[in-house]
Design a protein around this ligand. Structure first.
Ligand code: ADP
Length: 458
């Protein structure tokens, strides 16, 4: 069953039930009020007759009959009977003798003092009336023609009105449900038209306040993220292919030139060595690309274990010092924590080492003195590591882009080799560890890259 039908059905059932219950209550209360009111009128009629007959000495049976016969009856088809203490009929307001009352009934009235009962369509009221110690029983009987007819009319109106009312409710429910679901249907329509080719499409956000508008807004935000991720992916593939194609093309043309003539062994050796260097560079590039792709998978925690950050840092420094003997490393121990345990965190040693290596390499690569100053600080919550250099600094226009994959700053044209992958890889590695990387740089005064890693990540 679809939501439209469900909503219509629920709305109709609830509203129709309320309508039926309300109608039923109106009918039952009307019936009860009619009965109550009619019995009260019967009682007052009975008491008046008994008073006139028994208490008012000037009125006797014959006079009372004349009065009753000649006055407009207070109640339709009313009859009033008065019985003496031997249950003999002392007075009857009519000549009709068909209605009789048993001794049992009259005795019950005496006992109960007041009694209501029915005889066919007639409602009857019996009451005891005591005058000078003599207990009379007076019974008034009448047919509530008007009350019952009014009640009948009410019943007819309800029996005819209820199905019509319920029909209107179902119709209104359907319109109401359609109105409620219309924005959803529109969203559904728009969403079904969105594919990889038109991720720039957005849903109508309506009044931007109700729940459906919020759904559309959230969906639009998701589309925004998807579009960005998609664009990033596309530019990543394009950049990666470009980075791989350029050195491959260079190797190919170099090999073509070299193959153009026969050479001696030494020349071949130097050609092969140069090719080997190029292959190494390519292999390094593909490894970084692979790492970048792997670390892009959000929330993936590749082989995490407890590691000591200072050890990772020293090992990485030694590794870099071996491959780049011209680099200088200074460690600032001033802020080292007293408690070594503060330097232990849950992470991936290999990846963190890649990030540290890259930051140390950049600091030396981009400064004339080839020197990096590394400082390590820790507290209960986090460890922070800074890599400071004395280079030329990064221009503000580059600062906001340097963490993008394949972005290389203005300072690379003259100086250094690279592919612009290092910092984006660092950022992803640090974020995988729940940390943050930031940079402070002033032109002419060098740059400081700072990593903050939370330690409670087990
Ligand atoms: P690569 O070093 O291969 O160019 P990175 O992603 O490591 O790529 O760095 C991106 C860019 O950020 C660099 O091209 C450079 O312009 C700038 N950069 C990074 N580190 C420094 C630094 N310590 N000093 C100056 N510029 C830097």
């Amino acid at each position: 069953m679809n939501i439209l039908t469900k909503l219509t059905l629920r709305f109709s059932i609830i509203t129709a039930s309320i309508l039926v219950l309300f109608s039923l209550a109106v009918y039952l209360f009307s019936a009860s009020y009619r009965k109550e009111e009619f019995y009260q009128r019967l009682e007052s009629r009975a008491v008046t007759t008994a008073k006139l007959l028994v208490t008012v000495k000037e009125v006797d049976k014959a006079l009372l009959r004349i009065i009753d016969d000649n006055s407009v009856p207070a109640l339709p088809e009313e009859q009033v009977f008065v019985f003496d203490k031997q249950n003999r009929l002392a007075y009857s307001s009519t000549d009709d003798t068909s209605r009789t009352y048993s001794n049992d009934l009259l005795n019950s009235i005496r006992k109960a003092k007041k009694m209501r009962f029915e005889h066919g369509d007639f409602e009857e009221m019996g009451a005891i009336y005591i005058e000078e110690g003599e207990p009379f029983v007076v019974v008034a009987s009448a047919f509530d023609r008007y009350g019952k007819s009014k009640l009948g009319n009410l019943r007819t109106i309800m029996l005819l009105g209820l199905p019509i009312g319920i029909g209107i409710i179902v119709l209104a429910g359907r319109i109401f449900a359609e109105q409620v679901l219309n924005p959803l249907a529109n969203i559904n329509d728009s969403v079904s038209k969105i594919s990889a080719g038109n991720l720039d499409q957005r849903l109508d956000e309506g009044n931007q306040t109700d729940e459906i508008a919020r759904l559309a807004m959230n969906f639009n935000q998701m589309l925004e993220r998807l579009e960005k991720a998609f664009e990033l992916q596309q530019s990543f593939v394009a950049n990666a292919s470009h980075e791989l194609r350029t050195p491959l093309a260079a190797m190919r043309s170099q090999l073509q030139v070299e193959l153009g003539k026969v050479r001696n062994i030494d020349e071949y050796q130097s050609i092969l060595q140069s090719q080997l260097d190029d292959v190494d560079a390519l292999s390094d590039l593909t490894n970084r690309l692979l790492l970048l792709a792997r670390t892009s998978m959000e929330h993936q925690r590749l082989d995490f274990s407890l590691i000591r950050l200072d050890e990772v840092l020293f090992n990485t420094q030694e590794e870099l010092a071996r491959s780049k003997p011209g680099y200088n490393f200074h460690f600032d121990y001033n802020a080292l924590p007293e408690n070594e345990a503060d330097l232990i965190l849950f992470g991936n040693e290999k990846l963190l080492s890649v990030a540290f290596l890259n930051l140390m390499d950049n600091a030396c690569k981009f400064s004339d003195d080839r020197t990096v100053t590394i400082s390590l600080e820790a507290n209960d919550a986090a460890v922070s590591i800074s890599f400071k250099d004395n280079g030329d600094g990064i221009p503000p226009s580059d600062l906001e882009n340097i963490f993008q994959p394949f972005y290389r700053g203005q300072n690379t044209q003259t100086k250094t080799k690279g592919h612009g992958i290092g910092l984006s890889l660092c950022k992803r590695i640090i974020e995988m560890h729940g940390g943050k990387i930031s940079v402070l740089s002033m032109l002419g005064e060098g740059s400081t890259f700072k990593i903050v890693l939370p330690v409670n990540r087990v």
